[in-house]
Design a protein around this ligand. Sequence first.
Ligand code: NAP
Length: 351
Amino acid sequence: MSRKPTLAVVGATGAVGTVMLDILSTREDVYGEIRLIASPRSAGKKLTVRGEEVVVQALAPEVFDGVDIAMFDVPDEVSAVWAPIAAERGAVAVDNSGAFRMDPDVPLVVPEVNPDAAKARPKGIISNPNCTTLSMIVALGALHRQWGLAELVVASYQAASGAGQEGIDTLYSQIEKIAGNRELGQRAGDVRAVVGTEGPFPAPLALNVVPWAGSLKDGGWSSEELKVRNESRKILGLPGLKVSATCVRVPVITTHSLAVHAVFGSEVDQREAQAVLAAAPGVVLSDNPEAYEFPTPNDVVGTDPTWVGRVRRSLDDPKALDLFLCGDNLRKGAALNTAQIAELVATEFTS
Ligand SMILES: NC(=O)c1ccc[n+]([C@@H]2O[C@H](COP(=O)([O-])OP(=O)(O)OC[C@H]3O[C@@H](n4cnc5c(N)ncnc54)[C@H](OP(=O)(O)O)[C@@H]3O)[C@@H](O)[C@H]2O)c1
């Protein structure tokens, strides 16, 4: 019987959750009831979704009773415990955290790239990729369909909001502390002395770039760099794809950027690559260097697509392309992709 599914948004008060409420209020409304869930700290708070005030409930097993789809926009350790509880109670859990992404029994889904993967979910859980991978994979998926990807060399320029609301607050606070001081940034350590190191970044982010995101893994790699490698392989179904990533945090509030060197199985052509990208759903080509037309985070923030520019065929390898991509890490990089996955699941109730 066709009916509109009941949705729970767990983590509705966070950086991703806040964007999710906006997305749920502006996309086609496919849901019946929408429940908003967060920690006990936020219980009783009122948030607006679809133009209506909804009271936030504290996370508890009973909040999932009668829920068909439960989105999780919460830290890894919260998802690890609660997504299986939601699934046990009959909901399909769509998880934005890193808790289940590499679990072989949990599909990792990008609707423009591998929508069919969402149908096979033995644990009742579907994972949403990390924001850095999501900011490039729709465009790379289109190029892969054309020429077959063999290798990726990626440098990321990641926004502060990738570290959640705390990241946003930290960068704004650092900017306030340095505002008006025209001497800073000229002597080693002078910015650090003014802004300190509070917050989620291991070095000052204002007037700086920080070659670190995530936690330390074997061989000096960061967890974020390994996510780019492992998740790209899983989404594209290419377990042998060569991937090297260097993840760097830059003083941008929201929208990740990436410089990508992509090597393919056969010779590529610059104009053809531009045409493939221009035609790809979810991708906008902005590539006219004569007019200084290319994506920048400040022009892209708040938009849904992946923006691509600076498309060039490598001078030394006819099988390789170099490109620059920007994507809003809180929209396609998190909330939008989760919303798109949930919409795929919702069609199972309404069709
Ligand atoms: N930021 C990004 O670019 C991005 C991109 C992709 C994926 N993600 C992932 O999305 C998830 C959320 O990230 P975020 O950036 O939105 O984080 P955030 O701003 O710190 O928000 C965290 C949310 O989780 C809730 N929460 C925390 N502990 C809880 C608990 N014990 N029980 C119930 N709710 C709890 C918080 O509720 P209270 O407000 O009540 O504390 C808040 O709603 C993370 O797994 C993150 O890795 C983030």
